[in-house]
Design a protein around this ligand. Sequence first.
Ligand SMILES: NC(=O)C1=CN([C@@H]2O[C@H](COP(=O)(O)OP(=O)(O)OC[C@H]3O[C@@H](n4cnc5c(N)ncnc54)[C@H](OP(=O)(O)O)[C@@H]3O)[C@@H](O)[C@H]2O)C=CC1
Ligand SMILES: O=C(O)C1=N[C@H](C(=O)O)C[C@H](O)C1
Length: 254
Amino acid sequence: MGRTLLEAVAADAGCALHAAIDRPGSPLLGQDAGAAWGAASGVNVTDQPAAVLHGAHVLIDFTRPEATFAYLDACMAAGVPLVVGTTGFDEAGKARIAAAAKRIPIVFTPNMSVGVNLLMKLAELAAQVLQDGYDIEIIEAHHRHKVDAPSGTALGLGQAVAGAIGRDLASCAVYGREGITGERDPKTIGFATVRGGDIVGDHTLLFAGIGERVELTHKASSRATFAQGALRAAKWLQGRAPGLYDMRDVLNLN
Ligand SMILES: NC(=O)C1=CN([C@@H]2O[C@H](COP(=O)(O)OP(=O)(O)OC[C@H]3O[C@@H](n4cnc5c(N)ncnc54)[C@H](OP(=O)(O)O)[C@@H]3O)[C@@H](O)[C@H]2O)C=CC1
Ligand SMILES: O=C(O)C1=N[C@H](C(=O)O)C[C@H](O)C1
């Protein structure tokens, strides 16, 4: 995503690259951020967020939770808004982001695409209509390099559905099945994960009833859609009060 973001910034006349940050020890440190695809950006990659954030309008983060926490601290110190696309946080990690959002404006969202955020909205409506007599399952597929499962988007979909029909996701989620599982409990929400090749990101929300089923599916075919969403969120954050926002706020879907 870092590279896709750099390409998106370079192509957007409304954006300018201020800094490019990678982890300590990265072989890219000190190199021009555009070197990876042969387009000089004039900005060298650094592992020192605190040193480069002053003067930035926003930091966009697609990394790992432990890196996000370091960027949260640096953004709070510099008073810089933050867009967090990283997934894989536990409840304590999410609480840490929410606490930081009392001091700086943060957009925190597992999926920056317009289509998935519309899907979240449609999911709530579908769940309200189909909550009785339909088994709810969420199936996601991603590339072989993805390290967290289920995807942040799948969990977000589960949260949206559970919230819409008054179920507690923490107690009704079933993450995969194996062996003699017994019959399906109708109140559960099931998750299934596929990992392989270069799948950019597929999500299906399935309502399976007797005699019919409804499937709501989103398929991302390019990571550019996530980068475009991140830039949209970054622009939307300018001048916002501190607070925890998500992509549905940015897209006016809430
Ligand atoms: N919200 C959304 O729309 C989307 C969210 N994502 C999420 O974004 C995250 C990144 O995805 P992706 O780009 O595919 O992952 P990659 O593994 O390709 O990239 C992660 C980057 O973070 C760096 N990194 C890892 N650990 C640290 C650390 N401790 N400190 C600083 N940097 C670190 C990696 O450096 P190095 O390679 O040198 O280890 C790498 O540059 C994932 O959580 C993914 O789920 C992805 C796409 C869309
Ligand atoms: O890791 C990815 O690639 C993606 N991660 C996000 C997630 O976990 O939901 C969003 C998107 O599907 C791509």
